[in-house]
Design a binder for this molecule. Structure first.
Ligand SMILES: Cc1cc2nc3c(=O)[nH]c(=O)nc-3n(C[C@H](O)[C@H](O)[C@H](O)COP(=O)(O)O)c2cc1C
Length: 218
């Protein structure tokens, strides 16, 4: 699905050349990720394999975060026990679809992401001590902002692997955090149903803002 321009991949990976053409996704790939992809509101019982879920992360880990901090943490809920802990913490209107989804991802921000910065940003080893000194209060907004970016990457990566996604903010975030992440290091951001679409899975498509409503030039 990728239009590969002559020599491009080599130039990208090995020997950056000023002005080298970058590859462009074809129309089918854009449709899969963006224009045809929908938010699923029902799910078929077909299971999602561990391999597929691992492959989703192998894609989602690549797009950028500030100083490569990568604060997103992912917890998959698939067992009946896990679902039973989660369902009461969701808004009532969100429960049936989460119950039906073969797997549910809890996306959370790690406010102690700096524990990894020596590994993820080795050219600035002093960053760890600086973030440590900032305290949780100083790190939380950065953790949330970058983990939210990564949540969007995660949704697109799941689509790229053929999964329908159902992101939901309609839940008691503090309660989910307390139930699944006691200790307070991880702060829940988003619950994402994953699987294949079930019966009547899509709501009517809602309009998107027009270019001129959004884009300006300075
Ligand atoms: C951050 C976020 C929170 C959402 N929360 C809910 C929710 O709690 N319940 C729900 O049914 N849909 C929820 N949605 C789904 C959106 O309403 C849906 O993705 C949007 O209307 C676009 O639908 P489409 O992808 O089918 O065009 C949420 C989506 C996002 C990205």
């Amino acid at each position: 699905m990728v239009i590969e321009l002559a020599g491009t991949m080599t130039a990208l990976q090995d020997a950056p050349v000023s002005g080298a053409m970058l590859p462009v996704l074809d129309e089918d790939a854009r449709a899969l990720l963006f224009t045809d992809a929908r938010t699923a509101n029902s799910f078929a019982p077909d299971p999602v394999s561990d391999e597929t879920l691992a492959a989703v992360w192998e894609l989602a880990k690549w797009p950028p975060t500030a100083a490569n901090t990568q604060p997103l943490r992912v917890t998959f809920v698939r067992s009946a026990e896990g679902k039973a802990r989660l369902l009461p913490l969701l808004n009532e209107g969100n429960r049936a679809k989460t119950e039906a989804a073969p797997v549910v991802a809890l996306l959370a921000a790690d406010v102690d992401f700096h524990e990894f910065t020596e590994q993820t940003f080795p050219v600035r080893p002093e960053m760890k001590a600086n973030f440590d000194a900032a305290g949780v209060e100083g790190r939380e907004s950065m953790a949330r902002f970058n983990a939210t970016l990564q949540s969007a990457y995660f949704l697109l990566a799941a689509r790229a692997h053929g999964l329908a996604t159902g992101p939901m903010a309609g839940f008691d975030a503090d309660a989910v955090t307390a139930e699944f992440f006691p200790g307070g290091r991880y702060r829940t951001l988003l619950v994402v149903n994953l699987g294949l679409p079930g019966e009547n899975p899509w709501f009517d498509r809602l309009p998107r803002l027009a270019h001129d409503d959004v884009v300006s030039w300075a």
